[in-house]
Design a protein around this ligand. Structure first.
Ligand code: TRP
Length: 473
């Protein structure tokens, strides 16, 4: 295993190293062309070799002219530095466009790959299941290395799923269901183990919250997660505050990651500053560690090479770019990823739903009446101002939040298409579109509340107990 101690240029990130190797290569070439003195050429060649070695140590791969490292591309963010005004990091999602973030541009900026028709067809072929509507409708739209997971699956090789949740409040909203609903589908069609990390430590560090409160939110959120229908024999759910103190395997991976990522790197990826507490600075290692199977020796029989697939919203990608960057240096394989779009706030797709603004979200605890009132009062409409105008010009589904929500929650493709046609032509009015959404969400949330009620403390405890799952390794 390569170690950073052998690295002369370890303060540079892989992309900077790549650029230095390229520049030094050019320098050597021009010195040779100029027939410079031998000792000058030798010194330049020595530096080039040392840079190449550092590059290999940092990335786990040989330097290849013209192919920069894919996972460690610093992502430009923030207003003013790109032609669009999209801003996406794990804490903020903001755009000036009413249609929402431009996801195609995000794929280019993050260096991930689009989930295209070919990949969706392959998932269908390999699993024998109709692709989930989140795939068919581009709600999960981007990936990293999904083809490798499918290769493994086709060759009867194991892999596991990892996802998580930061418990920022006791009540979750409907947007939080998206990754879990999809993860449950993946668990069913691939029949694989699943680990779910509850980052109560993260919320303690980032929010004004006591440790006790963070843990309490974790337990309440875990009940909502279990209510999504995960198989108790195939799922391990853990609170960081609890599991970190119980598992040498987990903590060992955390310190390995901490040793191989510099402050410079996390500053570049997450924008930390000198006044951020050191808890925040080291937290990314804690979110990275579950990507490696040796963090769960009880599940994987101490094996460290079981590949991992992470379904998550795209704002979590910075954590996993870092994870993929560090993995080869630790001798582990890089986790694969499936990225979803954000769930828009009721007020419009410029931002994502927030748990702290009750009117921006529909909560899993809302009553049928609250659901109705919130949608009628707050859901941003793409309809026209008057009935006459609406009938004449039609509504705009691209910016209409009720329509967007239906793409997430109305499974029937034909019904959704009918609604789109009717709204666009002006035959369907905004009130009627909202009614369709209200009638879709009310039973869905009521059913969730019913399932949640059945979840006892014993069930929660069992999901959270480190144990072997229904798989042998
Ligand atoms: N940081 C995430 C949040 O705030 C929680 C999380 C931890 C997570 N591990 C994850 C999300 C893995 C997706 C995948 O919600």
């Amino acid at each position: 295993m390569a170690d950073l101690q052998n690295c002369d240029f370890c303060s540079l990130n892989p992309l900077e190293l790549f650029e230095q190797v390229t520049a030094q290569g050019e320098k050597v070439r021009s010195l040779k062309a100029e027939k410079a003195p031998k000792d000058e050429i030798d010194t330049a060649v020595k530096l080039l070799l040392s840079l190449k070695l550092s590059y290999k140590t940092a990335t786990g791969e040989e330097y290849k002219a013209g192919s920069p490292p894919t996972d460690f591309t610093p992502v430009s963010n923030g207003p003013g530095d790109t032609e669009d005004n999209d801003f996406v990091d794990p804490w903020t999602v903001q755009t000036s466009n009413a249609k929402g973030v431009d996801y195609d541009k995000l794929i280019v900026r993050f260096g991930s790959s689009k989930i295209d028709k070919d990949l969706i067809n392959r998932i269908e072929r390999v699993t024998g299941h109709k692709p989930h509507h989140f795939l068919r409708r581009g709600i999960f739209f981007s990936h990293r290395d999904m083809n490798q997971i499918l290769d493994a699956y086709e060759n009867k090789k194991p892999f596991y799923l990892y996802t998580g949740r930061g418990p920022s409040a006791e009540a979750m909203h409907v947007g939080h269901l998206i990754p879990f609903t999809f993860t449950k589908w993946l668990q069913e069609v691939f029949n694989v183990p699943l680990v779910i990390q509850i980052t109560d430590d993260e919320k303690y560090l980032w929010k004004d919250m006591t440790l006790e409160k963070a843990y309490q939110c974790a337990i309440e959120n875990i009940k909502d997660i279990i209510a999504c229908g995960f198989d108790i024999n195939k799922t391990f759910i853990f609170s960081d505050l609890e599991y970190l103190g119980m598992s040498p395997g987990f903590y060992r991976n955390i310190v390995k990651i901490q040793k191989h990522v510099t402050f410079n790197q996390v500053k570049g990826i997450f924008g930390f500053t000198d006044s951020d507490c050191i808890g925040k600075i080291s937290f990314p290692a804690i979110q990275a560690a579950p990507s490696f199977s040796s963090s769960f020796p009880q599940i994987f029989n101490n094996k460290s090479n079981i590949p991992c697939l992470i379904p998550c919203a795209i704002d979590q990608d910075p954590y996993f770019r870092m994870t993929r960057d560090v993995a080869p240096r630790l001798g582990f394989s890089k986790p694969a990823l499936l990225h979803s779009v954000f769930f828009p706030a009721l007020q419009g797709a410029q931002t994502k739903m927030s748990s702290s603004d009750p009117n921006s979200s529909i909560f899993l605890t809302d009553t049928p009446k609250q659901i109705k009132t919130k949608i009628n009062k707050h859901a941003f409409s793409g309809g026209k101002d008057t009935v006459e105008e609406h009938r004449k010009y039609g509504g705009n589904c691209d910016v209409d939040v009720s329509y967007m929500y239906l793409t997430f929650f109305l499974e029937d493709d034909d019904k959704l298409e009918q609604i789109k046609q009717a709204y666009t032509s002006g035959a369907l009015l905004t009130g009627e579109l909202k009614k369709a959404l209200i009638e879709t969400l009310q039973p869905l949330i009521a059913a969730h509340q019913q399932r949640r009620k059945q979840i006892t403390d014993e069930i929660v405890k069992e999901f959270m107990t480190p144990r072997k799952l229904a798989f042998d390794y």
